[in-house]
Design a protein around this ligand. Sequence first.
Ligand code: AGP
Length: 369
Amino acid sequence: QSAEKEGYDHYMMKEIHEQPETFRRVMTGRLHEDAVTFKEFTLTDEQIQNWQHIDIVACGTAYHSGLVGKSILEETLQLPVNVEVASEFRYRNPRLDAHSLVILISQSGETADTLEALREAKQRGATTIAITNVVGSAISREADQVLYLWAGPEISVASTKAYTAMLIALYLLAFYLGDRAGRFNLADHKDLLEALAKLPDQAESLLTEAKKEEIRQHSQALIDADHLFYIGRGSDWAVAQEGALKIKEISYIHAEAYAAGELKHGTLALVTDGTPFVAIALQEKTFEKTLSNVNEVVARKGRVLCLLKEGHDKISDDLDKRIFIPDCLDMVAPILAAIPLQLLAYYTAEARGCDIDQPRNLAKSVTVE
Ligand code: AGP
């Protein structure tokens, strides 16, 4: 088995390291200099132009990828997008018809609630697109269109490379559909395509021994924590939710993600001397606002580890605990941000002696409803 881990102590670390290659694979043959193509799709322009609303349905980490995908799909298709966990979506009698697109996201392609949501959507006349990693899985067999992640097998219960591949897949899908609908001219947005193309190299730079050691050291401050808060705004909040889930499932520390602007509406009451926070401040639009939330926590003696983009170091000199991701367009920041958060969860769990690849009570694929 250790040979299968290629020298890494755990599958999770191996899979974290596979991300640059995974990024290349999900983009190969799809991302071009001024276009995105999906040869596997059989959608007509008329079908695409006919959609009036979109639902993204998934569970756990896959759901978190949908939270990030929502804003980019809304922008490129100019349609309202609802993101929902599958176990809620399928029981609430969703309003779906021939004008609906339902995107189902599932690494395994076997998650029971996501599969049932897919069946429900099809029965109601919606077009369904599955984003999945497993060829021949139930969801891939039943969806109208399938976008494979080509991330290779993901063994660790905690999803890493499949999550970041899902984000890239959602961006590619948003560009492709928006362009074909005639609502988003990709030729005018070459910078977005270039930003995607740069991701594999940027991901490599987050996986050097020096960078990993830096993150391992930050994890030492978390190992005795009983509670941990992740905060951010917009897509940083979506990133926070995934960061919190990751550390929760493998280190067993109670972690919660909050929209940073919501702190004052209740959660700030929990902040006392030493309460640990991870703040995600990567989006230009909300950077100053998030920093002011960070200052509210610091003023109450909370300890904050900030995730920032390189180049934002001047503004945040007063924050002593910082992790930097490479400078990039705001749009792709969630993809790069995932990597240090995965490593932070990994090293915290390792220091706490947890069973990283096989956390208690969890299965890789949840095939019961
Ligand atoms: C991820 O780290 C989790 N183990 C879990 O939330 C997972 O993402 C969820 O069960 C969905 O699985 P799927 O992508 O295979 O449908």
